[in-house]
Design a protein around this ligand. Sequence first.
Ligand code: BEZ
Length: 229
Amino acid sequence: MCTASPSTTPNAGLRENTRSLPRISETAPDFKAVTTHGELQFSEWKGNSWTILFSHPADFTPVCSTELTELAKRSKEFETKNCKLIGVSIDSIHSHLAWVDNLTKILDAPRLPYPLIADSDRKVAELYGMIHPHESATVTVRALFYIDPKNTIRAIIYYPLNVGRSVDEILRVLDALQTADTNGVACPVNWKKGDKVIVPPPKSYKDVEARAALQNVERLDFYLIKKSL
Ligand code: BEZ
């Protein structure tokens, strides 16, 4: 039998105090929160939209300021894809309100059109595994959860404190998830909207035969077939 003791498992102590993150295909945990748009119950606020729940480390910090402002400037693109945005950090509501006001002045940005959760008691951060103690024991990392209309977590992106996320990539993944759902297909490397998609690989000889009969496809082999939508 093999057992790990804290002395032989360097990260064990820190992990014990940190809930594990919900994983892909699990139901998104629900919560009640104080936000810049008032108090809300996450599941009720979300309804049956796609939602991106993302954390930032702290208010009044430079990289976070650029990320949240860019998301505000491009919020219409998420709206047209039926996707709501909601941010979270462990700062207080007073800090959020002051920072959002400041961002409109220094970065020529619209007032953030999406809510920011004031997670001072770290309830949401712990529920979603957003604190990675070896990166920082006191603030959330840059986590981002894609939650579909049925409240299922569909993709997760994690970045460290010192690397800002790409809004183009956040939108690309949303497009890929929605395209895959609508058309029963998969999206290949570097895919972007309008590119060819992948016909899901066969799981039986019957599937192989069905794929052999497909017309107007790019057939590289029996298991790698691309098509235009
Ligand atoms: C930033 O957003 O710039 C930042 C936040 C926390 C730690 C380091 C950088």
